[in-house]
Design a protein around this ligand. Structure first.
Ligand code: K1U
Ligand code: ZN
Length: 172
């Protein structure tokens, strides 16, 4: 297992659309998921999409266990949302690729999803609460969409200029 650097906006790689995993889940995909999980725990974060470590594949890892609970890693390969509720839910989101910026995003409160797990088995389930927020946030990454793309143009431009300023200062 290895820690991978997390790409930070406005890196153009984050705007790429990720490609489906073809031919099932292999040991190479599992090795990538192991690296992603380690990188996510180290950050720390609760989710990570493969594109955030520069791999344009439709792969996500997540762990929503609360502090003091045992780890509960989840792995999603080729996830698809098959249904979304009309009811919306607003949550203050963050992103490891948009450090130190947090803002409310409104998304469907509940979704049904289909994906392949770590073993390559097909799973269908319903998500709500933080699980629904996080899977929709991570699936946006697979389309090259960041949570700041859901904000007003003014808020997004403010966030991007804050990131560019932080990058300049780090380079000094
Ligand atoms: O970069 C990412 O996609 C991960 C992101 C996931 C997420 C968070 C909140 C709402 C939607 C999606 C994060 O993990 S940001 C960090 C974070 O939320 C966190 C960090 C430490 C402890 C608890 C939460
Ligand atoms: Zn994110």
């Amino acid at each position: 297992m290895a820690l991978r650097p997390i790409l930070v906006a406005p890196d153009p790689v984050l705007k790429q659309k990720s490609k489906p995993v073809e031919g099932g889940v292999t040991d190479a995909h599992r090795a990538l998921m192991d690296d992603m999980l380690e990188t996510m725990y180290d950050a720390p974060g609760i989710g990570l999409a493969a594109i955030q470590v520069g791999e344009p594949l439709r792969i996500i890892v997540m762990d929503l266990a609360k502090e003091g609970e045992p780890p509960a890693p989840r792995y999603f390969v080729n996830p698809e949302i098959t249904w979304a509720s009309d009811e919306l839910f607003s949550y203050e989101e963050g992103c490891l690729s948009v450090p130190d910026i947090y803002d409310d995003v409104e998304r469907p409160a509940r979704v049904k999803l289909r994906y392949l797990n770590y073993q390559g088995e097909q799973i269908e389930e319903e998500a709500e609460g933080l699980y629904a927020v996080c899977i929709q946030h991570e699936m946006d990454h697979l389309e090259g969409v960041l949570f700041i793309d859901h904000l007003s143009r003014l808020k997004r431009e403010k966030a991007l200029s804050k990131l560019k300023k932080a990058r300049k200062e780090a380079a000094l």
